[in-house]
Design a protein around this ligand. Structure first.
Ligand code: SF4
Length: 308
């Protein structure tokens, strides 16, 4: 039996791969990573060291776009409810790769969700059919994320730096559009330049479409409305300089709203149908991140994905 681990660069997918290697060996094990080109630099260090520590080949594939390029193409900013970046940059490339390189009859797909996310497993299993999907961390011994981080260190593997910096996930450089106000406020505190880059892209998107759309939303006065990254930053800055609440609100942001990522390359029905076109995926062989230009075609799937 062949084993493919969806290897995201997060500590859970490392631990899942570790368990698969311990149980089945590494001769039929592959680690599949779909690059969003928006990852933290340290993720690439971790990926390579983790693959070496496990002793299995790392396969890096990419659509070739960043999340913001996907939003531009689809005229839609990803958010906590709908994240086209996840579908375009992870789900479709991974399912295409699986379809082209594996036989569902003799391949098991392993994902890095743990026992606390057990409720997601049925949808994951359905999404991967006809492949068999398995979540090693949903089996005992059940471990916390801190324990997994300790396990990595005990193996001589330094975990991705985003965890030590207080981020709950090692996805898209801590700037996941599925994150909530608290997650983006944290990004502003830790990586202000990175935050400003996303703020600029959101602003440019708004200007181009002439619409008040944003990654975040907030509920005030009984209605839900977009909360731009600029608005959030300005509130955080004003809040930092004064004990007065600048907006007459209790807090500059909802500190409990961390949102959730859940950015697994689990195909939904539309991703499955779009991934079935007979196209080619090229493995990525260089680790540079592109800037936000269209010139990087070497790593991009050559399918002319639907762009509205
Ligand atoms: S981690 Fe978040 S921003 Fe990145 S591709 Fe997934 S949903 Fe999109």
């Amino acid at each position: 039996m062949r084993h493919v681990v969806m290897f995201s660069g997060g500590i859970s997918s490392w631990a899942a791969a570790r368990r698969v290697a311990d149980e089945h060996g590494t001769s039929n094990l592959q680690l599949l990573f779909a690059d969003t080109y928006a990852e933290d630099e340290d993720l690439y260090r971790f990926l390579e060291e983790a693959a070496a520590q496990i002793g299995a080949p790392l396969i890096r594939i990419a659509d070739g776009r960043t999340p913001w390029q996907v939003f531009d193409d689809e005229h839609y900013i990803g958010n906590a409810r709908v994240a086209p970046c996840s579908r375009r940059l992870k789900q479709i490339p991974c399912v295409r790769w699986l379809a082209q390189h594996t036989d569902p009859a003799d391949t098991v797909i392993h994902v890095g969700i743990d026992w606390s996310e057990l409720h997601r497993l049925p949808a994951i299993e359905r999404g991967y059919q006809p492949w068999l999907a398995h979540a090693p961390l949903c089996d005992p011994p059940w471990t916390s994320k801190d324990e997994l981080l300790d396990q990595a260190r005990a193996c001589g593997l330094e975990p991705p730096r985003l965890y030590a910096l207080g981020f709950p996930h090692n996805n898209c450089g801590g700037a996941c559009v599925r994150g909530g106000q608290a997650a983006w406020a944290h990004l502003w505190g830790v990586f202000p330049d990175r935050y400003l880059d996303h703020e600029r892209r959101e602003q440019a998107f708004q200007n181009r479409l002439g619409k008040n759309v944003a990654v975040l939303r907030e509920r005030r006065g009984g209605t839900t409305q977009p909360l731009t990254l600029r608005q959030l930053r300005q509130r955080l800055e004003r809040r930092a300089g004064t004990t007065e609440d600048p907006d007459g609100q209790r807090a500059a942001h909802d500190g409990l709203d961390w949102g959730g990522c859940g950015c697994l390359p689990v195909p939904d029905s539309s991703a499955r149908s779009e991934s079935s076109s007979p196209t080619r995926i090229q493995p990525v062989t260089d680790r540079r991140r592109p800037d936000d230009r269209r010139s990087r075609c070497t790593a991009r799937e050559t399918d002319g994905d639907q762009q509205r």
